[in-house]
Design a protein around this ligand. Structure first.
Ligand code: 26W
Length: 808
């Protein structure tokens, strides 16, 4: 399987440096060496790609197309070397050629083409689809600027552009000959010919979509897949002398559109904003993708009539919903099918995954925007909507249900309802989340077409998130499970359960964790100048900053510990370090205030001598995939404390668990499934359950009552008003919690309701930490039972139950 020895790799790298940069290894910079390494691995993968492609065609295999506006790939050099099983050889070759392998890996920028969970999930699934030898392609936009870089200046978030392509583009293979043209605006002309109504879109603005392919290697297989990232180019250059005035203006408009469309990733996560550029991005990528799939299909089969038998399109949340009307457009306008035939094929080709139940995240595009930007698509949506509405009316005879299930309503296009109508399957991403979809969010649609609704609990790429980033633990697992079986059969991790009481295994695990903590402390010192105490509990909450994720609850608890320590310097028996990492959407003012609060509190605690070697708070700047890769192996406590019913699944929770951290969490998202395999005794549960949250809200939740009753809570909240040594008051956050503000109710996410229970869970956790034997036993159980959270399991479920494609 291994394509290289150390020696042949050295030769390949030397040749690459020579050909691409005209340099010998001793003249090359680290940057050049990083690019050369990428190019050498890319060559191997590209050759395998041709083979995988040929095979899929020859055997007429059904293709999976995974559409997502986000792919949060992170770094690829170490990952690809790992999957190609040449990581040790690459490290050695680099050292032999006079480079520090670690420095070369560290130079690579993250491909940050995503915000958080949804984007990282797409990246993990691409790895598993490839490893399971499923012929699959990912599609997205080749954003010039990925998720912003976060700096903390005087405690506050500042956003900087993420210009990743300079070095990151080494992985991309542009394919201009496979460009597609995407049309916006213009007018429709209808005419009859041969008994057929033809519709043509005239005077449209056209943009060229150029594929930039990133090849993805699987593990333990020669199969490779492609991530196709679309870049935008103007169709007509502006300066063509022959252009008449009108055409000149149009060309200028086209150029402006092409320049902006792939410029930047929208940094909003779980919050919909009806920006016209965002709709342009969605249609640009959807139309280019569907055209390219249809073109390839036609080349193989000469007809689109069997499209659904040979293709399945999975859409990652509603962002690529326009695939549904776009398929209809191609089937009807370009292939000349009837409506019914086109609808039949479309519906059997598309499946939709929902990733959030937050109302503010649901996409509802203004009709007027869709109508002017995409006139033909608008016509098709109207027809889909009318037929769907008729079906609903005939089924329910209930106007309130008609309204709830409508695709077009109140001047808006509701994308989730369009997905439900136009797809073969709808799935949530954890058991609890899928139940909420069925019983609440999509209750009426589920009543009408129950067979569509499914669950696929999320999973993560355990090769990256355990084996690659935590070599110490990987070694221990190999020793105990008898080899590397777990890499392709994650259920084999279960064998570790037998060693939970084994003192020597416990001691080895503790030593591995200790070493990882020291490594992380050294990294934090070097990159951020903070000094971490490796003797302290590393208690970590890293994820996007959002009120429902309740970073503020974590802060309130820390304030309570801090206050306790003032009264009794012995209140904390074991040093405790709280680590935070989180980006806030640039327009999300409350989230930014919470970041500032964390930094104010960190500074206060830093300057209070009572806290020395007892309590510390650190905000880690610019949380991203590559930082998570260093942090997960060093973490001991995983904070998963969202209001029950709000976090669709969570995937960070799984990364922590696999690396042996213990969870303090609510019964939300996939924490529920973690609890099912771990039991009460192997995690620290607290708080209201999802149904209790609902009930409390219905009854009328009054947080002031809790405030009046609980003096500890009172003191914590009062500390927000007063602020800390930097003199910044957090009166606004205090007001939000007790009285509500800006249209949101008091303490919308029930922090006060869960506060006491949370403090108790943290206390149980700290006490357990004092019992090393018990702690290590729990940690072993967590690792042993994390196999169900491997993406391989999740992808196999998609393949079996939704895509109906074979897999390894
Ligand atoms: C339109 C703006 C927007 C952008 C992104 C709305 C919604 C999103 C995503 C759906 C937000 C997201 O990433 N959701 C997360 O998806 C993960 C993968 O399934 C889950 O594990 C997380 O619980 C969920 O919050």
């Amino acid at each position: 399987m291994t394509p290289f020895t150390t020696k042949t790799l050295e030769e390949a790298l030397t040749a690459k440096l020579m050909l691409n940069f005209g340099k010998a290894p001793d003249e090359a910079t680290d940057q050049e060496m990083m690019k050369a390494s990428a190019l050498v691995l890319r060559d191997v993968m590209a050759i395998r790609g041709v083979e995988s492609h040929k095979k899929a065609r020859r055997e007429q295999q059904k293709q999976v197309h995974y559409l997502s506006l986000e792919f949060l790939m992170g770094r690829s050099l170490m990952k690809n070397a790992y999957n190609l099983e040449v990581l040790p050889q690459l490290k050695e070759a680099l050292e032999h050629l006079g480079f520090k392998a670690a420095d070369i890996f560290e130079l690579e920028p993250d491909a940050g083409l995503g915000n958080g969970g949804l984007g990282r999930l797409a990246a993990c699934y691409l790895d598993s689809m490839t490893t399971l030898e499923i012929p699959a392609t990912g599609y997205s936009i080749c954003y010039e600027l990925g998720i912003f870089k976060q700096k903390i200046v005087e405690g506050q978030q500042v956003e900087l552009p993420d210009d990743w392509k300079n070095l990151g583009a080494a992985w991309l293979l542009p394919k201009p000959e496979e460009a597609q043209e995407v049309r916006f605006g213009g007018t429709l002309r209808e005419f009859w010919d041969d008994g057929h109504l033809h519709i043509v879109n005239e005077n449209a603005i056209t943009v060229q979509a150029i594929p930039c392919d990133m090849v993805v290697a699987g593990y333990g297989t020669k199969h490779v897949n492609t991530l196709r990232l679309w870049d935008a180019r103007a169709s007509h250059p502006v300066d063509m002398a022959l252009f008449s005035r009108g055409e000149y203006l149009k060309a200028a408009e086209e150029e402006a559109m092409a320049k902006t469309i792939a410029r930047i990733l929208y940094p909003e996560d779980n919050h919909y904003e009806g920006k016209s550029l965002r709709l342009k991005q969605q249609y640009f990528f959807v139309s280019a993708t569907v055209q390219s799939i249809a073109r390839n299909h036609l080349e193989t089969y000469g007809t689109l009539k069997n499209f659904h038998e040979k293709n399945v399109i999975q859409i990652n949340d509603t962002h690529p919903t326009l695939v549904i009307p776009e398929l209809m457009r191609i089937f009807i306008d370009e292939a000349g099918m009837s409506w019914d035939e086109a609808w039949d094929i479309t519906r059997q080709s598309v499946a939709y995954t929902n990733h959030t139940v937050l109302a503010e995240a649901l996409e509802r595009w203004p009709q007027s925007l869709v109508e002017t930007l995409l006139p033909r698509i608008w016509q098709i949506i109207q027809e889909i909507s009318a037929r769907w509405q008729k079906k609903v009316e005939e089924f329910y005879h209930d106007p309130t249900k008609t309204k709830k299930m409508a695709i077009l309503w109140d001047g808006e296009v509701r994308m989730a309802n369009l997905c439900i109508a136009g797809g073969i399957a709808v799935n949530g991403v954890s058991g609890l989340h899928s139940d909420i979809l069925k019983k609440d969010v999509f209750k009426e649609a589920c009543g009408m077409e129950p067979w569509k609704f499914q669950n696929v609990t999320n999973g993560i790429d355990h090769r990256r998130w355990l084996s690659e980033i935590n070599p110490g633990l990987d070694g221990l697992i190999r020793d105990l499970t008898g080899g590397d079986e777990y890499l392709t059969h994650p259920a084999a991790l279960r064998k570790l359960d037998d060693y939970a009481d084994d003192k020597t295994v416990q001691a080895r695990l503790a030593a591995i964790k200790r070493k990882n903590k020291e490594d992380f402390a050294a990294y934090a010192k070097k990159t951020q100048g903070v000094v971490l105490n490796p003797d302290a509990i590393f208690d970590v909450q890293v994820k996007r900053l959002h009120e429902y994720k309740r970073q503020l609850l974590n802060v309130l608890h820390i304030i309570s510990l801090y206050q306790k320590l003032q009264e009794d310097p012995n209140a904390i028996t074991h040093p405790h370090t709280f680590l935070f990492g989180a980006k806030a959407a640039p327009g999300y003012a409350v989230a930014k205030r919470i970041i500032r609060l964390i930094n104010s509190l960190a500074d206060e605690i830093d300057h209070n001598p009572i806290c020395k070697d007892k309590l510390q708070v650190v905000f880690l700047e610019n949380y991203r995939v590559s930082l998570a890769e260093r942090l997960m192996p060093a973490s001991e406590v995983s904070q998963q404390i969202s209001t029950a019913g709000k976090e669709a699944s969570g995937t960070g929770n799984m990364k922590f668990m696999m690396n042996g951290a213990l969870t303090v969490g609510t019964l939300d998202g996939a924490n529920v499934e973690m609890h099912e395999v771990l039991g009460d005794e192997n995690m620290f549960l607290f708080g209201l359950h999802a149904d209790e949250v609902e009930r409390l809200k219905k009854e009328g939740y009054v947080p002031q009552r809790l405030y009046n009753r609980d003096p500890v809570l009172q003191n914590c909240l009062n500390a927000l008003r007063k602020g800390f040594r930097d003199g910044v008051s957090y009166e606004d956050l205090y007001q939000r919690l007790l009285f509500g503000a800006g249209g949101s109710p008091a303490d919308e996410y029930l922090l006060l309701a869960d506060f006491a229970s949370y403090c108790q869970a943290e206390q149980r956790m700290a006490e357990t930490y004092g019992n090393a034997e018990r702690w290590n036993r729990m940690s072993i159980h967590n690792i042993a039972r994390s196999g169900i959270f491997a993406a391989d399991r999740a992808v196999a479920e998609y393949a079996d139950n939704i895509w109906h494609v074979p897999h390894k």
